[in-house]
Design a protein around this ligand. Sequence first.
Ligand code: ADP
Length: 307
Amino acid sequence: MGQDAFDMAIPQHFTSLTGALCSLFGEGTRVESAGRISGGDINEAYGLTLTGGECIFMKSNAKEKLSFFTAEAAGLHAIARTKTIGTPHVLGVGTDEGRGGFSFLLLEFIRGKSHNAGYWKDFAGQLSDLHRASTVGSVPNGKYGYGCDNYIGRRSQVNKGYDSWTGFFRDCRLEPQFRDAAQYFDKEDLKRIVRFLDHIDEILVEPEYPSLLHGDLWAGNVITGNDGRAWLIDPAVYVGHAEADIAMTELFGGFPPAFYDAYQERIPLQPGYERRRDVYNLYHLVNHLNMFGRMYLSEVKRIVGRF
Ligand code: ADP
């Protein structure tokens, strides 16, 4: 499949916030009030009430961080086009010269209700549909990866096309994180890490079919939509093995058993998943080591030491 066939959404790009609001909601539209929303670690988030009464969601960051938002918009679009699970509609991205210059992402505002009955079972069903959706057109030069690089937290995530999942996960996920974290390891650790990476294809397995992954599926990135169902936000999408998404759900606490039971009715986890789970989550743990420092080091060493 050539580059031309790659279906990457290019969000509407604006050169000022006011310009964006006028273009999206009509001439003269302004921000009536802005309420800060907490919960994210990377960007500033706001609920904006507009002069016409509409409410929208905005994330902002320094002007040079615009690529965070174009990548996030592309990821949200990729999930939305599978028509399997809710994600906020992307209104646009842009930069603005005001307040010293900033970049922004405008999204549909999701006003969460309480969970519907069957929330976790439905979420599992929707996620399994996402994982079984066609990935045709998502990876220009291979089966796994993605058509563009994006971000995991505030760090970049490489998404070259690979025909082998294990090769992709070694070269584009674990290896770049370990390379950036080299300062935390002594010579013996580094030898152990190299041996571990060299044998990764004896630990991970090729999936039956490629899946579009959310890529950063922890509880903070699942919000309840206006329909009382699970909606996905803040993705770090790529095409890979579905079990990598399930592994991530278990990293910081996990979801209730009803979720895993219902998911497994649709997509049973293959034998040896628990062992592979720790390898997938190593990617996020070393990323956290790179972003937040040493408190993640002992867990990283413990996992590497087990293999
Ligand atoms: P960051 O990019 O900094 O990690 P998040 O994507 O986690 O930011 O969003 C920050 C906060 O905004 C979270 O509490 C999240 O629940 C909320 N949020 C994210 N997207 C929306 C939306 N479309 N509508 C309403 N709230 C949202």
